[in-house]
Write a protein that binds this ligand. Structure first.
Ligand code: FES
Length: 228
């Protein structure tokens, strides 16, 4: 009987966890896979976008060291320190996570594994216009997912990402406390009530952002077509 590749990988993963009898092994493994994915898929896509020079990396390292000053290097403080770093930078720069790993004497894969487990953490800098799509129960029932899809298509990014020009970033959030106005989006610091897919383009125009940006894949196809 044929086994689906995803089912097979899940079984291998469970077998490895069973062999190691250790959940932290799974976290580290997931972290390593995520780092590999970011390096192989996400990073090349946004390489110029978030490229830091040595001076910027040095400055991030110094800022992280000052953020953890007075802390004991205890791995159980990881989530609290990740939250502190994200509050300071607005996201978790890769260099900051590596510095944090060194400070806590744990592997960068473990830091990445923990950070990527929680959707409160983001890995790209927030845009000038942060867009948050509420997907709490009320907003979900009233079509929040469809609205999120339209934002993704119009901006050419997925949730958790920032456009290459850093104008817009897109995130899903849980209930923001105004369910009567569902589905709700937060654009910048403005709450937008009753957002339908059709309203998304108007909201973009109000921000001065031209909609219908193409996705990286569409741009690659378009340039291949031009050259062909
Ligand atoms: S579920 Fe969206 S505001 Fe409550």
């Amino acid at each position: 009987m044929a086994v689906e590749p995803t089912a097979l990988s899940t079984r291998i993963l469970l077998l490895l966890v069973w062999v190691h009898h250790d959940l932290s092994f799974l976290v580290t493994l997931c972290g390593s896979i995520t780092i590999l994915y970011v390096d192989c898929v996400e990073r090349p896509r946004g390489e110029d976008q978030y490229h830091m020079n040595q001076q910027e990396e040095e400055s991030i390292r110094a800022e992280v060291l000052s953020l953890v000053r007075g802390e004991k290097p205890e791995p159980q403080r990881l989530i609290a320190l990740l939250q502190r770093v994200q509050r300071h930078f607005g996201y978790l720069p890769r260099t900051a996570m590596i510095e944090l790993a060194q400070f806590l004497h744990i592997s960068p894969a473990r830091v990445y594994g923990v950070a990527s487990f929680y959707n409160q953490f983001r890995f790209s800098p927030p845009g000038k216009y942060p867009i948050k799509v509420c997907l709490g129960t009320a907003c979900h029932i009233k079509g929040g997912e469809a609205v999120l899809k339209v934002w993704e298509n119009k901006l050419g990014i997925s949730e958790g990402q920032t456009t290459p020009d850093r104008l817009c970033s897109l995130d899903r959030v849980a209930c923001i406390g105004c369910c009567a106005l569902a589905p709700v989006n937060v654009v910048g610091d403005r709450i937008e009530p009753c957002v339908t897919p059709i309203r998304v383009e108007g909201l973009l125009l109000a921000m001065g952002v031209s909609p219908q940006r193409s996705t990286p894949e569409e741009r690659a196809h378009a340039s291949a077509d031009r050259e062909g």
